[in-house]
Design a protein around this ligand. Sequence first.
Ligand SMILES: [Ca+2]
Ligand SMILES: [Ca+2]
Length: 88
Amino acid sequence: MKKLLTCGAILTTILTGCVSADFFYDSLLEEVDTNKNGSISKAEYIASWKKDTQGQTRAEVEKEFKTFDVNNDGKIERAEFNKVFSGK
Ligand SMILES: [Ca+2]
Ligand SMILES: [Ca+2]
């Protein structure tokens, strides 16, 4: 069964720790990476939030994006996601 993921669900899912980072990133790419280049740009992240805000404000979503964009280059890549996910 395909689970629809939105950016609002990311931190919650990490906190519950019930999926692997790789699995989660793959699912996230499927939903959010609209130009299919294998990374999530800020524009893609915001677009995903707009589809389903889940009560989050834009400021909250931008803060969340920054949490994952470790090297601050405006996109979230798998290595960064894994890093944040594993808390290392
Ligand atoms: Ca992309
Ligand atoms: Ca980055």
